[in-house]
Design a protein around this ligand. Structure first.
Ligand SMILES: NC(=O)c1ccc[n+]([C@@H]2O[C@H](COP(=O)([O-])OP(=O)(O)OC[C@H]3O[C@@H](n4cnc5c(N)ncnc54)[C@H](O)[C@@H]3O)[C@@H](O)[C@H]2O)c1
Length: 368
């Protein structure tokens, strides 16, 4: 058996797939997870790998890190808080403070950790870079709420011309537009700074929107694929925010897992930040059409004309840096949709969760 790997958040969607991949490669795995109610129903999910050790605990608590880190050679810090709720400090304590705590315990206990991989997010970029036909490339500020109220969804230069999005690069300046993005930027900065200072190889990944089986339908944040599939299976219109032409990067969980395995086993990845995306530019409407086709549903994309606050118009990633260490994305948008449909179709209660979440989003004026 190979060495012991700690996976925080290993009872969740991405962490759970990483646990399986590590065990399949011969690693021993320990999971630290608090089974947060945003994702879980109080129990370990049925699919949790029986070969992994499970420690119920919280990444915000030093004593839980002290116990979880014993004998560990590698760490995947995947647990995270992603939501739209106004409990701003929870983003910072769960995503940023937990990261500092992890390095603190490693240093205090003089632990021999060989590498740390962390889950960051595309949200660190905010609205990102655009190109104006007259004034060229520039970073965009968040969109003007007055324009959004008038259902004018595009991104404009100061000269008034409409701009086109540019795929985000790891070296871009970061302008997160929500507390979640701020907390992930903090996670990256603290991890890379401490990793370099104390020579603990550290790698942070900025995930695009990750799709695949096991993605919780309880989560407030889990996005368009979940709603479209659940609505299509129920034969009701798929509710599309804005006009559906916003571009997104939808990456399959298998491509996310293979990026982690590549970085785990290659020293070329050390002390770097990488985007993990699909390498494609899909619109939200493309996703809705793919869902309609895969579910053979009569439900049509329904443009609501509403919008989600704290959200960028376009989010697309450049993945060439990760390709340089030998990774490439292999899965298609159809694969993403097919795998989620096959999984969520087994959970008829998903529709009730979606309705509850939609009410919550409207009540909190996150969708308006
Ligand atoms: N899913 C995506 O599209 C996406 C995109 C960008 C970044 N991410 C990041 O990837 C990571 C995993 O996301 P996911 O989609 O698998 O979510 P998930 O909710 O399925 O999994 C997260 C896991 O972390 C656990 N957790 C939460 N708070 C914790 C705490 N305080 N202590 C211990 N465990 C805790 C939860 O119980 C859950 O099992 C997160 O850090 C998230 O911010 C996800």
């Amino acid at each position: 058996m190979k060495e012991l790997v700690l996976v925080t958040g290993g009872a969740g969607f991405i962490g759970g797939h990483l646990v399986d991949a590590l065990i399949a490669r011969g690693y021993r795995v320990r999971v630290l997870d608090n089974l947060s109610p945003a994702t879980h129903d109080g129990k370990l999910p049925k699919w949790f790998n029986k070969k992994a050790q499970f420690q119920k605990g919280d990444v915000r608590l030093k004593k839980d890190w002290e116990k979880a880190l014993k004998g560990v050679s590698y760490i995947f810090h995947i647990a995270g808080y992603m939501d739209y709720r106004p409990d701003f400090s929870t983003y910072i304590t769960t995503n940023t403070m937990s990261t500092a705590l992890m390095y603190e315990v490693i240093l205090e206990k003089k632990l021999l950790v060989k590498k740390i991989l962390l889950a960051s997010s595309q949200s660190v970029y905010g609205e990102g870079k655009y190109k104006c036909p007259t004034h060229g490339e520039q970073y965009s500020a968040p969109r003007d709420p007055e324009r959004l109220k008038k259902k004018d969804w595009d991104v404009y230069c100061k000269c008034g011309k409409r701009m086109t999005p540019i795929a985000e690069l790891e070296g871009d300046e970061l302008f997160p537009i929500n507390p979640y993005g701020v907390s992930k930027r903090g996670l990256e900065e603290i991890a890379l700074t401490l990793g370099r200072e104390y020579s603990i190889p550290t790698v942070a990944f900025r995930y695009a929107i990750v799709h695949g089986a096991r993605q919780s339908f309880r989560n407030f944040y889990s996005g368009a694929l979940r709603s479209f599939v659940v609505q299509a299976l129920a034969g009701i219109p798929m509710s599309i925010h804005e006009d559906g032409n916003q571009m997104r990067d939808f990456v399959h969980i298998d491509d996310v897992v293979s990026a982690h395995m590549k970085a785990l086993e290659s020293s070329k990845a050390d002390y770097n930040i990488f985007n993990i995306g699909s390498g494609r530019r899909d619109t939200v409407l493309d996703l809705a059409h793919a869902v309609a086709k895969e579910t053979r549903s009569k439900s049509k994309p329904g443009i609501t004309g509403m919008y989600r606050t704290y959200t960028s118009r376009n989010s697309i990633m450049d993945v060439s840096k990760l390709k340089k260490i030998g990774w490439k994305p292999r899965r298609t948008l159809t694969d993403n949709v097919r795998d989620y449909v096959a999984w969520v179709g087994k959970y008829p209660e998903a529709l009730a969760h979606l309705r509850r979440i939609q009410k919550d989003l409207a009540k909190n004026r996150v969708v308006r």
